[in-house]
Write a protein that binds this ligand. Structure first.
Ligand code: FHN
Length: 499
């Protein structure tokens, strides 16, 4: 008969063993798992520019992706003790906003997180219909709850729901021909060794308070983080979207970032990763802002920069970058946030970002059962309708050759320029500051394109347009040039429509 203390000892041993043994196995597998990939892929520092360009090409061509924030917080929907926590702001942070410890939070949230069968197929179909080429979803957000069936954690969908939600979402996305990205939070509000007081800037529901379970060994949390990421690497994602670091806690000190990124690249030589394990100028950060302060991003810090909720005024020339944005003001679902952006804003953001050479990662926050809010469906369907007619002016394009166009934006594909006209000229003549000869001009249409007449004049070329714009949000004119674009000096003189 086991005495209580021996039973406690035995159960503690089993509990710790359950966590430590798999971590040790994962790390051993990781160390031995070096496969026969060539040296350039194994060490990013040895990757040539041509190899990096080849690895980044699908991502650069994609231009548009769906972001999904979904986890235990989604079932709470911004409500705590029967009241709205707020009507604006990230409700994926609800645990931190209400200051709940992980036990209380899990107890309230878990019963409300009930993924319906087929939820992931709805997301993937919507992403495809909207014209997204990739889907990035939260495998674990700050609350620490993992959506896969983890062997190194019991705070995961496998243990709690008996499901591998990462597998369900990844398979559904791939079935729609989408590339798949894993958002993974390095911040963790659940793990009992995550030393939250090491940073005065990274959020934690208990930050500033003593550790409830005595001193913490953050290195144990980092081992767990690495082991969990090793598990996720086995799903072979195309993108790893780390989130996030602070100026006072980042990189190797916080996450053993160099080892973590190298371990992922060894397992996934083609993977694309963002720069959020770091928060230093060399990694493209200016403090807590997300404006680029680096001319070239060394792959040891990541492959792309991540301006959040804003579009850099002049893009980030020479850098890969992706603006992530919400549809309203929260990443995770909130039943109280009705500040939905208009279809015009969303589509013009997509165009503006592409015209500056960036990617647009537009977020959805599904409900606790995985269903998509009706406002989100409407927005993504509107974008999809626009992309169905005009997608060629977004996919595979590069930044506009023009510094500024009063009436809209431009994107480029070699000798082709796409003019995205927001303000239809009242005299139906559009002047474009180009010194080229235009070999052909077409107005893109939902059923067929319309050939346009182009003449020199007005400080560039002058295009005769129909009276009515085919699309009040943005109509696209495809110009085929006689060679590389030659931009005329001085502003083009187009009589834009009165506001
Ligand atoms: O704190 C998170 C936030 O909840 C959300 O996930 C965004 C998405 O980029 N990232 C962090 C804030 O920068």
């Amino acid at each position: 008969m086991k005495t209580n203390s021996r039973r406690r000892t035995a159960s503690n041993f089993v509990r710790h063993a359950r966590r430590i043994v798999p971590i040790a196995c994962c790390l051993l597998a990781l160390m031995l798992g070096v496969n026969t990939i060539d040296a350039a892929e194994r060490s990013p520092a040895m990757e040539t520019t041509a190899q990096r360009d080849a690895r980044m090409q699908w991502w650069r061509d994609a231009r548009f992706g769906m972001f999904v924030h979904w986890g235990l917080y989604s079932g709470l929907a911004g409500t705590w003790n029967g009241k709205a926590v707020a009507t604006k702001g990230g409700m994926e942070w609800i645990q931190q906003r209400v200051g709940a410890d992980t036990g209380t939070y899990a107890q309230r949230a878990t019963p409300l997180f009930k993924p319906a069968p087929g939820f992931a197929r709805e997301w993937a179909a919507l992403a495809r219909a909207a014209g997204c080429r990739y889907l990035v979803f939260t495998t674990k957000h700050h609350d620490g709850f993992a959506l896969h069936d983890s062997k190194v954690s019991d705070y995961d969908a496998g243990s709690v729901l008996g499901r591998d939600l990462v597998r369900e979402i990844t398979d559904a996305a791939r079935a729609e021909g989408l590339r798949v990205g894993f958002y993974h939070s390095v911040i963790d509000w659940h793990h009992d060794q995550y030393a939250y007081n090491r940073s005065t800037k990274l959020p934690h529901p208990l930050r500033g308070k003593p550790y409830p379970n005595g001193e913490r060994d953050h290195a144990k949390y980092v081992d767990y983080l690495h082991a969990e990421v090793a598990e996720l690497a086995s799903y072979r994602p195309d993108v790893l979207w780390w989130d996030y670091s602070a100026v006072d806690f980042q990189g190797d000190e916080a996450w053993r970032a160099t080892d973590l990124m190298r371990a992922v690249r060894v397992r996934l030589p083609r993977v694309i990763m963002n720069n959020r394990l770091y928060r230093i100028p060399e990694a493209g950060w200016s403090g807590m802002g997300t404006t680029a302060v680096v001319a070239k991003l060394d792959t040891k810090y990541g492959d792309f920069l991540t301006p959040e909720q804003h579009i850099p005024a002049t893009g980030m020339p020479g850098l890969d970058w992706e603006t992530c944005m919400t549809l309203n003001t929260t990443w995770g679902y909130s039943e109280h946030d009705h500040a939905w952006k208009s279809d015009e804003t969303l589509i013009r953001n997509l165009i503006d970002i592409a015209s500056k050479g960036g990617n647009y990662l537009l977020n959805i926050g599904p409900k606790g059962d995985g269903s998509v809010p009706p406002e989100t469906l409407k927005s993504f369907q509107a974008i999809g309708a626009w992309m169905k007619t005009n997608g060629e002016a977004i996919y595979g394009t590069t930044a506009s050759p023009f510094a500024k166009l009063d009436w809209g934006r431009a994107t480029r594909k070699g000798r082709v320029i796409y003019l995205h006209v927001f303000d239809w000229p009242k005299d139906t003549r559009l002047v474009v500051p180009l010194n080229n000869r235009i070999t052909r001009a077409d107005l893109l249409g939902s059923r067929s394109n319309t050939r346009l007449t182009v003449m020199p004049g007005g400080g560039g070329v002058s295009i005769q347009l129909p009276t009515i714009s085919p699309d009040p949000i943005a109509s696209v004119i495809k110009l085929q040039l006689d060679g590389e674009p030659r931009v005329a000096a001085g502003p083009a003189r187009t009589a834009a429509v009165e506001k």
